[in-house]
Design a protein around this ligand. Structure first.
Ligand SMILES: [Zn+2]
Length: 161
C-alpha cells in the first residue's frame, strides 16, 4: 500500500509533468503494469487532469494585458536601479574599448614617470651620500667605540662615585 501511495504521488506530480527521471519513470510504468489499482488511478488522473488541458485551445492574450506586463517589468527594472546602474556603468567601460588603451597608456606614462623620477632621486641621493657613505662605513665602529667608551665610562664613574 505504501508503495502505491508513493507511485500515486509521483503520478500526480512529476510523471504528469514529464519531469520524472528515466529510472523512476520505468519503475512506475512497470508498477502500473502489475498494479490495477494504480493503473486505474493513473487513467483517472490522465482523463481528468491532463486530457482537458491537452484539448484546450490557446486563448489569445489581450494586447492591454501585454502592455501592462511590459510596464510592470520596466518599472521593476527601474526599481532595482542602484545595482543595475552599477552594472551598466561597468558594462559601459567595456562598451567603449577605445578608452581602455588611453587609460592604459596614461597609467604606463605615470608609472614610467614615477620610476624615472625615483631613479633620478636615488642617483642624487647616491651622489650626495658618496662622501657620507664612506663616513657611514666607519660610523658603526665609531658608534661601537663610543658605546665601548660609555660602557667603559660607567665602571669608571662607579669607581669615582
Ligand atoms: Zn500500486
Amino acid at each position: 500500500m505504501k508503495k502505491c501511495d508513493h507511485f500515486k504521488d509521483l503520478i500526480l506530480t512529476d510523471y504528469i509533468d514529464g519531469q520524472l527521471g528515466k529510472g523512476m519513470a520505468e519503475n512506475l510504468e512497470s508498477h502500473l503494469l502489475d498494479c490495477g489499482d494504480c493503473r486505474a488511478f493513473f487513467k483517472e488522473i490522465k482523463n481528468n487532469v491532463t486530457a482537458p488541458l491537452q484539448q484546450a485551445t490557446r486563448q489569445p492574450v489581450p494586447s492591454e494585458l501585454w502592455s501592462t506586463i511590459k510596464q510592470n517589468i520596466e518599472l521593476k527594472n527601474q526599481a532595482t536601479s542602484p545595482i543595475t546602474d552599477l552594472v551598466e556603468r561597468i558594462k559601459g567601460l567595456f562598451i567603449f574599448p577605445r578608452l581602455i588603451p588611453i587609460l592604459a597608456s596614461c597609467i604606463l606614462m605615470f608609472l614610467a614617470g614615477s620610476v624615472t623620477l625615483n631613479t633620478i632621486h636615488l642617483q642624487q641621493v647616491k651622489d650626495q651620500d658618496q662622501g657620507e657613505y664612506l663616513v657611514s662605513l666607519l660610523s658603526p665602529t665609531g658608534t661601537a667605540t663610543a658605546a665601548d667608551n660609555n660602557d667603559g665610562g660607567t665602571p669608571i664613574e662607579h669607581y669615582f662615585l
